[in-house]
Design a binder for this molecule. Sequence first.
Ligand code: C5P
Length: 233
Amino acid sequence: MNRVIVPLDVPSANEAFALVDRLGDQSDFYKVGFELYTRVGPDMVRELVNRGKRVFLDIKLHDIPNTVARAVAVASDLGAGLLTIHASGGPRMMEAAASARSGDLKLLAVTVLTSLTPDEMSAVWDREIRSVRDDVGRLALMGRDAGVDGVVASALEASWIRQQVGPGFLIVTPGIRPAGADRGDQKRVTTPGDAVRNGADYLVIGRPITQADDPAAAFSAVSREIQEAEVDV
Ligand code: C5P
């Protein structure tokens, strides 16, 4: 099974499909985020699905339960495979989302945005933040209990989250850099092999593949590293 999800962090459908074509059959899972979805719309998802690709629709829904449920139903109809919602929308929002999904769609909860500092969290929640990790674990469990299928998390926290949520709950990890690769703006990174050994089910890997001179060769190298690590888990 291919565990690598390539984010289509580009501003146009043409650029997205050029990348999909370059990566070829070996790469069958793509993340569509706010930028591309806002520009191209649902046709982006439909066209990827028509080409036999799986789609992670990363639009982080957060609204009242009824509104989120309706959007989840539409994403199911589009044929998306993964969709993000914010755990901080609360248990009723997540339950409504879980009841509205159909087909192959699985829901991922975003727990605490990695861009948030403890000070910002403190200002938002009006309480002292002793451990961001505790809040990540608490929200992951809240998602699991509400019927969500998994979480997006740092691979550095994947093994700890796995201990909290048990098996069968998806852990999808960005912030992956093969040894020696440019980190870009990512501060806390993990190699593909370590992410799998830490319990990640899927790895979102962007620039180390998309900015490589030969993206298809970079994808193959990452896949080989993952297969070697799968022997250890
Ligand atoms: O190029 P790179 O591998 O850093 O891309 C990672 C992808 O994962 C981007 O689409 C980024 O928005 C997303 N992401 C992330 N960190 C998070 C959540 C999502 O890098 N905490």
